[in-house]
Design a protein around this ligand. Structure first.
Ligand SMILES: Nc1ncnc2c1ncn2[C@@H]1O[C@H](COP(=O)(O)OP(=O)(O)OP(=O)(O)O)[C@@H](O)[C@H]1O
Ligand SMILES: [Mg+2]
Length: 364
């Protein structure tokens, strides 16, 4: 068991590419932390520095209470699972799982016990004599997990372990991973570019972009209170609606104005946003945090229904407002038709205003 602490951790590759800028992150003992962000944002580099597979350029890495910058990977009490499983093709499942313990000169009886227990818990017992090539992707991935589990490490590092699997298998492996975490009670650091995976797996998620940590928090916190426009648009499907416009102050009130709309901010938002009056800003609202009304005889964002996607329990309505398209999620029974005039009333208590070059959320 161990906590993992990154203090101003930085990675500069040969040639000067800064893959990870000074990063601070505290992962608690037994926590399931997910590093999530688009391709190239530095997730794998961060994980590989924790694993000791990549040299740390600057900063301090602490596992448990110990600074491990200079500690060899094998002495860090970690186990890593990769996207491509990296199983030994000429070895059986049993031998694959036993291999690292053999290297560590663990007693044969102990190896046998650990491999069999782990195989049992991963439902691999019947495959112990098989070679990896005679197994499905999901089964191979379980072997790769098993190989890590037998080592009983203090920290698991997982780099996109499910990305080679089809959607259905990914779903069921997600559940298995969650169960596994509950059972093993071990710190897990999990890398993915898939925000749905991050939201469902993480106790907390760490959203990264361009080598910078943007936000760390519980999935719900990050969803409800994104610190900037990047996080707001990256987390959530369908994505948060973002409308470009400007702020104005009239009388005691603050308004968001765009060519097609004028929305009055709540008093609470107005207090935080008024110093930005006159500036260009982005208005953000999640698709499900709106009221959809028929016709244009209401205050709000007025537009026309363009496309409707019916899902079980809800429908996704795409509304054309000027030259922008706004997505709203409404309940399945609501009567909406293509081509009809509608008004979208955002729940202003759940809306956000992003301002400045970094798109900071000024209404938090
Ligand atoms: N060995 C290397 N030498 C130079 N630059 C590298 C090296 N490995 C990675 N990079 C660069 O560092 C940045 C971060 O890469 P990294 O692999 O950490 O991204 P990632 O978030 O894991 O992306 P993905 O989701 O595609 O796996 C990228 O710009 C990448 O091109
Ligand atoms: Mg990667």
């Amino acid at each position: 068991m161990a906590k993992v602490t990154l203090e101003k951790l930085k990675k500069v590759y040969d040639g000067g590419v800064v893959a990870v800028h000074e990063s601070d992150l505290s992962i608690k003992d037994k926590e399931f932390m997910v590093l999530v962000g688009p391709s190239g944002c530095g997730k794998s580099t961060t994980l590989r520095m924790i694993a000791g597979l990549e040299e740390i350029s600057e900063g301090t890495l602490i596992i448990g209470e110990k600074v491990v910058n200079e500690t060899a990977p094998k002495d860090r009490d970690i186990a890593m699972v990769f996207q491509n499983y990296a199983l030994y093709p000429h070895m059986t499942v049993y031998e694959n799982m036993a291999f690292s313990l053999k290297l560590r000169k663990v007693a044969k009886a102990e190896i046998d016990k650990r491999v069999r227990e782990t195989a049992e818990s991963l439902e691999l017992t019947q495959y112990l004599k098989r070679k990896p090539k005679a197994m499905s992707g999901g089964q191979r991935q379980r072997v790769a997990l098993g190989r890590a589990i037998v080592r009983d490490p203090a920290v698991f590092l997982l780099d996109e372990p499910l990305s080679n699997l089809d959607a259905k298998m990914r779903g069921s492996m997600r559940k298995e991973l969650k169960l596994l975490h509950q059972k093993l009670q071990t710190t897990m650091i999990y890398v993915t570019h898939d925000q749905v995976e991050a939201m469902t797996l993480g106790d907390r998620i760490c959203v990264m972009s361009d080598g910078y940590i943007q936000q760390v928090g519980t999935p719900l916190d990050v969803y409800d209170y994104p610190v900037n426009k990047f996080v707001a648009s990256f987390i959530g499907t369908p994505a948060m609606n973002l409308l470009e416009g400007s702020l104005s102050q009239e009388g005691g009130a603050v308004y968001f104005n765009s060519p097609t709309s004028k929305l009055k901010l709540s008093d609470e938002m107005a207090a935080k946003a008024e110093s930005y009056a006159g500036q260009n800003v982005t208005f953000g609202i999640r698709p499900e945090k709106v009221n959809l009304l028929q016709g244009h005889d209401h205050e709000g964002l007025q537009g026309e229904v363009e496309v409707i996607e019916k899902l079980r329990g809800s429908q996704q309505v795409f509304v054309k407002i000027g030259d922008q398209s706004v997505t709203v999620s409404v309940e399945a029974h609501l009567d909406v038709r293509n081509g009809k005039q509608v008004t979208i009333q955002p729940d202003m208590a759940r809306a956000h205003i992003f301002a400045g070059e970094d798109g900071k959320n000024i209404t938090l």
